[in-house]
Ligand binder design. Structure first.
Ligand code: 13P
Length: 249
Protein backbone atom coordinates (compact mmCIF):
# COMPACT_ATOMS: atom_id res chain seq x y z
CA UNK A 1 0.00 0.00 0.00
CA UNK A 2 1.54 3.29 -1.10
CA UNK A 3 1.54 6.10 1.44
CA UNK A 4 0.02 9.31 0.11
CA UNK A 5 2.34 12.25 -0.34
CA UNK A 6 0.82 15.71 -0.36
CA UNK A 7 3.19 18.55 -1.13
CA UNK A 8 2.85 22.29 -1.25
CA UNK A 9 4.80 24.12 -3.93
CA UNK A 10 5.16 27.69 -2.76
CA UNK A 11 6.78 28.79 -6.03
CA UNK A 12 8.15 32.38 -5.76
CA UNK A 13 6.04 33.33 -2.77
CA UNK A 14 6.79 34.30 0.85
CA UNK A 15 9.88 35.91 2.30
CA UNK A 16 11.93 33.95 4.86
CA UNK A 17 10.12 35.61 7.78
CA UNK A 18 6.72 35.09 6.14
CA UNK A 19 7.70 31.45 5.61
CA UNK A 20 8.29 30.96 9.34
CA UNK A 21 4.95 32.60 10.15
CA UNK A 22 2.99 30.54 7.61
CA UNK A 23 4.64 27.25 8.60
CA UNK A 24 3.80 27.95 12.25
CA UNK A 25 0.20 28.68 11.26
CA UNK A 26 -0.09 25.50 9.19
CA UNK A 27 1.77 23.15 11.56
CA UNK A 28 -1.24 22.18 13.70
CA UNK A 29 -3.48 21.88 10.63
CA UNK A 30 -1.44 19.37 8.63
CA UNK A 31 -1.04 16.53 11.11
CA UNK A 32 -2.16 13.29 9.40
CA UNK A 33 -0.24 10.06 9.97
CA UNK A 34 -1.64 8.56 6.76
CA UNK A 35 0.15 11.14 4.63
CA UNK A 36 3.71 12.35 3.99
CA UNK A 37 3.43 16.15 4.21
CA UNK A 38 5.89 18.35 2.41
CA UNK A 39 6.40 22.04 1.68
CA UNK A 40 8.71 23.00 -1.16
CA UNK A 41 9.86 26.55 -0.53
CA UNK A 42 12.21 29.07 -2.18
CA UNK A 43 15.90 28.25 -1.68
CA UNK A 44 16.56 31.29 0.48
CA UNK A 45 14.03 30.03 3.04
CA UNK A 46 15.13 26.39 3.19
CA UNK A 47 17.35 26.72 6.27
CA UNK A 48 14.81 28.58 8.39
CA UNK A 49 12.00 26.35 7.13
CA UNK A 50 13.94 23.24 8.21
CA UNK A 51 14.41 24.73 11.69
CA UNK A 52 10.76 25.78 11.93
CA UNK A 53 9.38 22.28 11.25
CA UNK A 54 11.85 20.39 13.46
CA UNK A 55 10.01 17.82 15.59
CA UNK A 56 6.85 17.86 13.43
CA UNK A 57 5.54 15.55 10.70
CA UNK A 58 6.36 18.17 8.05
CA UNK A 59 9.15 17.71 5.50
CA UNK A 60 10.77 20.52 3.56
CA UNK A 61 11.78 20.29 -0.08
CA UNK A 62 13.53 22.50 -2.61
CA UNK A 63 11.88 23.76 -5.81
CA UNK A 64 14.91 23.19 -8.00
CA UNK A 65 18.53 22.02 -7.94
CA UNK A 66 21.42 22.00 -10.40
CA UNK A 67 22.96 18.84 -11.85
CA UNK A 68 26.62 19.71 -11.18
CA UNK A 69 28.44 19.27 -7.87
CA UNK A 70 29.90 22.78 -7.62
CA UNK A 71 31.64 25.42 -9.67
CA UNK A 72 31.03 28.40 -11.90
CA UNK A 73 27.22 28.23 -12.15
CA UNK A 74 26.16 31.61 -10.80
CA UNK A 75 22.81 31.54 -9.06
CA UNK A 76 22.42 27.76 -8.94
CA UNK A 77 21.97 25.45 -5.93
CA UNK A 78 24.15 22.32 -5.64
CA UNK A 79 22.80 19.03 -4.30
CA UNK A 80 25.14 18.97 -1.28
CA UNK A 81 23.86 22.43 -0.28
CA UNK A 82 20.47 20.76 0.15
CA UNK A 83 21.70 17.64 1.94
CA UNK A 84 23.93 19.73 4.24
CA UNK A 85 20.80 21.23 5.83
CA UNK A 86 18.83 17.98 5.73
CA UNK A 87 16.60 18.62 2.71
CA UNK A 88 15.48 15.27 1.26
CA UNK A 89 13.11 16.25 -1.55
CA UNK A 90 13.42 18.41 -4.64
CA UNK A 91 10.95 19.31 -7.38
CA UNK A 92 12.50 18.65 -10.78
CA UNK A 93 11.23 19.91 -14.13
CA UNK A 94 8.18 21.88 -13.07
CA UNK A 95 6.40 23.19 -16.17
CA UNK A 96 7.19 26.76 -15.08
CA UNK A 97 10.90 25.92 -15.11
CA UNK A 98 10.52 24.29 -18.51
CA UNK A 99 8.62 27.29 -19.87
CA UNK A 100 10.53 30.24 -18.35
CA UNK A 101 13.97 28.78 -17.61
CA UNK A 102 14.55 26.58 -20.64
CA UNK A 103 14.57 23.23 -18.84
CA UNK A 104 14.32 20.25 -21.14
CA UNK A 105 13.66 16.54 -20.71
CA UNK A 106 17.43 16.07 -20.90
CA UNK A 107 18.26 18.53 -18.08
CA UNK A 108 15.43 17.02 -16.06
CA UNK A 109 17.06 13.60 -16.47
CA UNK A 110 20.48 14.95 -15.39
CA UNK A 111 18.94 16.53 -12.30
CA UNK A 112 17.00 13.37 -11.44
CA UNK A 113 20.18 11.27 -11.64
CA UNK A 114 22.09 13.80 -9.53
CA UNK A 115 19.36 13.94 -6.90
CA UNK A 116 19.42 10.15 -6.51
CA UNK A 117 23.21 10.19 -6.31
CA UNK A 118 22.83 12.40 -3.24
CA UNK A 119 19.95 10.50 -1.66
CA UNK A 120 17.44 13.25 -2.44
CA UNK A 121 13.98 12.18 -3.62
CA UNK A 122 13.04 13.90 -6.87
CA UNK A 123 9.47 14.96 -7.51
CA UNK A 124 9.54 14.66 -11.28
CA UNK A 125 7.01 16.88 -13.01
CA UNK A 126 5.28 16.18 -16.29
CA UNK A 127 2.20 17.55 -17.99
CA UNK A 128 0.70 18.48 -21.33
CA UNK A 129 -0.43 21.80 -22.78
CA UNK A 130 -4.05 22.44 -23.71
CA UNK A 131 -3.16 22.12 -27.41
CA UNK A 132 -1.62 18.71 -26.81
CA UNK A 133 -4.72 17.58 -24.92
CA UNK A 134 -7.02 18.88 -27.64
CA UNK A 135 -4.95 17.14 -30.31
CA UNK A 136 -5.18 13.83 -28.44
CA UNK A 137 -1.44 13.41 -27.88
CA UNK A 138 -1.43 13.73 -24.08
CA UNK A 139 -0.48 10.15 -23.23
CA UNK A 140 2.22 9.95 -25.94
CA UNK A 141 3.72 13.23 -24.74
CA UNK A 142 3.69 12.25 -21.05
CA UNK A 143 5.24 8.86 -21.84
CA UNK A 144 8.07 10.60 -23.65
CA UNK A 145 8.66 12.96 -20.70
CA UNK A 146 8.71 10.03 -18.26
CA UNK A 147 10.94 7.81 -20.38
CA UNK A 148 13.58 10.53 -20.76
CA UNK A 149 13.34 11.68 -17.12
CA UNK A 150 14.01 8.10 -15.95
CA UNK A 151 16.82 7.29 -18.40
CA UNK A 152 19.58 5.39 -16.52
CA UNK A 153 17.62 5.52 -13.26
CA UNK A 154 17.69 2.10 -11.60
CA UNK A 155 14.54 0.25 -10.56
CA UNK A 156 15.55 0.58 -6.90
CA UNK A 157 15.83 4.36 -7.33
CA UNK A 158 12.64 4.64 -9.36
CA UNK A 159 10.71 2.84 -6.60
CA UNK A 160 11.44 5.78 -4.28
CA UNK A 161 10.71 8.53 -6.81
CA UNK A 162 7.64 10.72 -6.93
CA UNK A 163 6.09 11.73 -10.25
CA UNK A 164 3.80 14.75 -10.36
CA UNK A 165 1.33 14.85 -13.23
CA UNK A 166 0.41 18.49 -13.70
CA UNK A 167 -1.56 19.38 -16.84
CA UNK A 168 -0.29 22.85 -17.71
CA UNK A 169 -3.78 24.11 -18.53
CA UNK A 170 -4.87 23.29 -14.97
CA UNK A 171 -2.04 25.10 -13.15
CA UNK A 172 -3.13 28.28 -11.42
CA UNK A 173 -6.23 28.50 -13.60
CA UNK A 174 -8.82 27.17 -11.19
CA UNK A 175 -9.55 24.63 -13.94
CA UNK A 176 -8.89 21.31 -12.21
CA UNK A 177 -8.69 18.22 -14.42
CA UNK A 178 -11.67 15.94 -13.99
CA UNK A 179 -11.05 12.99 -11.73
CA UNK A 180 -11.29 10.72 -14.80
CA UNK A 181 -8.73 12.76 -16.76
CA UNK A 182 -6.28 12.80 -13.81
CA UNK A 183 -6.70 9.09 -13.08
CA UNK A 184 -6.35 8.16 -16.77
CA UNK A 185 -2.98 9.88 -17.11
CA UNK A 186 -1.65 8.75 -13.70
CA UNK A 187 -2.57 5.16 -14.67
CA UNK A 188 -0.78 5.59 -18.01
CA UNK A 189 2.31 6.85 -16.14
CA UNK A 190 2.26 3.78 -13.90
CA UNK A 191 1.94 1.52 -16.96
CA UNK A 192 4.87 3.32 -18.56
CA UNK A 193 6.97 2.72 -15.42
CA UNK A 194 5.97 -0.97 -15.54
CA UNK A 195 7.16 -1.14 -19.16
CA UNK A 196 10.49 0.50 -18.36
CA UNK A 197 11.09 -1.58 -15.21
CA UNK A 198 8.60 -4.10 -13.83
CA UNK A 199 5.32 -4.42 -11.97
CA UNK A 200 6.97 -4.08 -8.54
CA UNK A 201 8.54 -0.74 -9.46
CA UNK A 202 5.28 0.55 -10.94
CA UNK A 203 3.49 -0.53 -7.78
CA UNK A 204 5.94 1.30 -5.52
CA UNK A 205 6.39 4.62 -7.31
CA UNK A 206 4.16 7.43 -6.06
CA UNK A 207 2.27 9.56 -8.57
CA UNK A 208 0.75 12.90 -7.61
CA UNK A 209 -1.81 15.02 -9.40
CA UNK A 210 -1.28 18.80 -9.47
CA UNK A 211 -3.23 21.68 -10.97
CA UNK A 212 -5.76 23.76 -9.05
CA UNK A 213 -6.15 21.13 -6.30
CA UNK A 214 -8.48 22.48 -3.60
CA UNK A 215 -10.08 21.23 -0.40
CA UNK A 216 -13.18 20.52 -2.51
CA UNK A 217 -11.48 18.48 -5.25
CA UNK A 218 -8.85 16.66 -3.16
CA UNK A 219 -10.98 13.84 -1.63
CA UNK A 220 -12.20 12.50 -4.97
CA UNK A 221 -8.85 12.93 -6.71
CA UNK A 222 -6.87 11.21 -3.95
CA UNK A 223 -9.35 8.32 -3.80
CA UNK A 224 -8.35 7.25 -7.33
CA UNK A 225 -6.33 4.03 -7.51
CA UNK A 226 -3.35 5.61 -9.30
CA UNK A 227 -3.29 9.03 -7.61
CA UNK A 228 -1.06 8.95 -4.54
CA UNK A 229 -1.46 12.54 -3.42
CA UNK A 230 -1.02 16.01 -4.81
CA UNK A 231 1.36 18.80 -5.67
CA UNK A 232 -0.50 21.90 -4.58
CA UNK A 233 0.35 25.48 -5.52
CA UNK A 234 -1.98 28.31 -4.51
CA UNK A 235 -3.97 26.35 -1.92
CA UNK A 236 -0.79 25.36 -0.04
CA UNK A 237 -0.30 29.00 0.98
CA UNK A 238 -3.54 29.01 2.94
CA UNK A 239 -5.09 27.28 5.92
CA UNK A 240 -7.13 25.32 3.36
CA UNK A 241 -4.06 23.14 2.87
CA UNK A 242 -4.89 21.55 6.24
CA UNK A 243 -8.17 20.31 4.74
CA UNK A 244 -6.36 18.97 1.68
CA UNK A 245 -3.90 17.02 3.84
CA UNK A 246 -6.82 15.70 5.90
CA UNK A 247 -8.85 14.80 2.79
CA UNK A 248 -9.65 11.37 4.30
CA UNK A 249 -10.95 12.54 7.69
P1 13P B 1 -1.92 25.44 -8.47
O1 13P B 1 -2.34 24.47 -7.38
O2 13P B 1 -1.81 26.85 -7.97
O3 13P B 1 -2.73 25.28 -9.70
O4 13P B 1 -0.41 25.04 -8.86
C1 13P B 1 -0.12 23.72 -9.18
C2 13P B 1 1.33 23.57 -9.29
O5 13P B 1 1.94 24.04 -10.24
C3 13P B 1 2.04 22.87 -8.21
O6 13P B 1 3.34 22.58 -8.58
Amino acid sequence: MRKKIIAGNWKMNKTPSETVALLNELKPLVANDDVDVLFCVPAISLTTAMETVKGTNINIGAENMYFEESGAYTGEIAPNMLTDIGVKYVIIGHSERREYFAETDETVNKKVLKAFEHGITPIICCGETLTQREQGVTIDFIRQQIKIALLNVTAEQAKTAVIAYEPIWAIGTGKVATTEQAQEVCKAIRECVAEIYDAATADAIRIQYGGSVSAASAPELFAQPDIDGGLVGGASLKADFGKIVNYNK
